[in-house]
Design a protein around this ligand. Structure first.
Ligand SMILES: [Zn+2]
Length: 325
């Protein structure tokens, strides 16, 4: 039986922000502890970070933007482009390590060593646009992953599911004219109005029209609304598109105890969402799935949420074996 991959590297914690910032290195130690303390490490295929070659970052981001980010870090600036995007001298290198680790994970999947994987990386990526760093994001990890799959592995149809509580404006923006990448996002809108995009009438542009799908959810609507929209929007959307692989922007910030949102999802609902995503991957994508960490800021809840997330990936692989016997 193939193991589930787990990308984790202590060096992802070298990207430091101030103690008042929600996107802190402790998020990753909380995630690792949750997985380790429940005894799951031996069941996982462990993957470390690796510095990505610049040519892969350049498939999504402008050369100048990359250079400016690098310079800002090396010159010890405190922020890059927006006050929310705090940096330190190691932020650029950490962002490269995260992308390289994801690329290595993709290679393992495409070489058939693992079926699925959880990439616990920092900094997050789904808000980053071609030449714009916002929402704690610098390189759009998931967008680079999609480009890498297309260029290196000749994958044509890529499905992206984004269940972070914030809309992945960067990912949508990068692929909104591209019919080879289907982007689906379920998120809170409006709340603090960040980032303010992802309305139900945004379907993509030009050739990409119909390949973007958004399910905005009002504050407080919780589990039942999420379950309804996932059944009625996400599942039929992917039935039409039939992706060869699923990439997931995994955010735990819709949880009821996460101060970043007012959606009020239960812990159980996160597990249910992941089960629906895995069903789609099993049906259309030969079970190939890469989950990439975005947000999730409640240090008390992250251990359990991450443990459940990974357990579902492991157990689905076991169930597949049982079904075949
Ligand atoms: Zn978020």
């Amino acid at each position: 039986m193939k193991k589930t991959g787990f990308l984790f590297d202590k060096r992802f914690m070298l990207h430091k922000t101030s103690s008042f910032h929600p996107e802190i290195p402790k998020r990753l130690s909380a995630i690792y502890q949750g997985i380790e303390q429940s005894g799951l490490i031996p069941e996982l295929f462990l993957i470390k970070g690796e510095k990505a070659e610049l040519k892969w970052i350049e498939t999504v981001h402008d050369k100048n933007y990359i250079k400016n980010f690098k310079d800002a870090c090396f010159k010890s600036k405190e922020t890059f482009q927006s006050p929310d995007n705090q940096i330190c001298t190691d932020s650029y290198e950490t962002a490269l390590l995260a992308v390289g680790g994801i690329i290595k994970t993709i290679d393992l999947i495409m070489q058939n060593n693992i079926n699925n994987a959880f990439c616990a990386v920092r900094p997050p990526g789904h808000h980053a646009e071609k030449a714009k760093a916002i929402g704690f994001c610098y390189f759009n990890n998931i967008a680079i992953a999609a480009k890498y799959l297309q260029i290196k592995w000749n994958i044509k149809n890529i499905g992206i599911i984004d269940f972070d509580v914030h809309h992945g404006n960067g990912t949508q923006n990068i692929f909104e004219r591209d019919p080879t990448v289907f982007y689906y996002s379920i998120h809170e809108h409006p709340s603090f109005a960040f980032p303010g995009t992802g309305r139900e009438f945004e379907y993509g542009e030009e050739k990409g029209y119909g390949f973007t799908l958004n399910s905005p959810v009002l504050p407080g609507q919780g589990d039942s609304k999420y379950m309804e929209l996932i059944k009625n929007d996400m599942v039929p959307g992917f039935e039409r598109f039939k992706p060869e692989i699923i990439l997931v922007s995994t955010g735990f910030d819709a949880h009821m105890d996460d101060e970043m949102s007012d959606i009020m999802l239960s812990t159980k609902c996160f597990s249910w969402i992941m089960e629906q995503i895995i069903k789609i991957a099993d049906k259309y994508s030969n079970s190939r799935l890469v989950s990439i960490l975005e947000g999730g800021y409640c240090l008390k809840r992250l251990p359990e949420l991450a443990k459940n997330h990974v357990s579902i990936m492991i157990n689905c692989a076991k169930d597949r074996i049982k079904d075949k016997v």
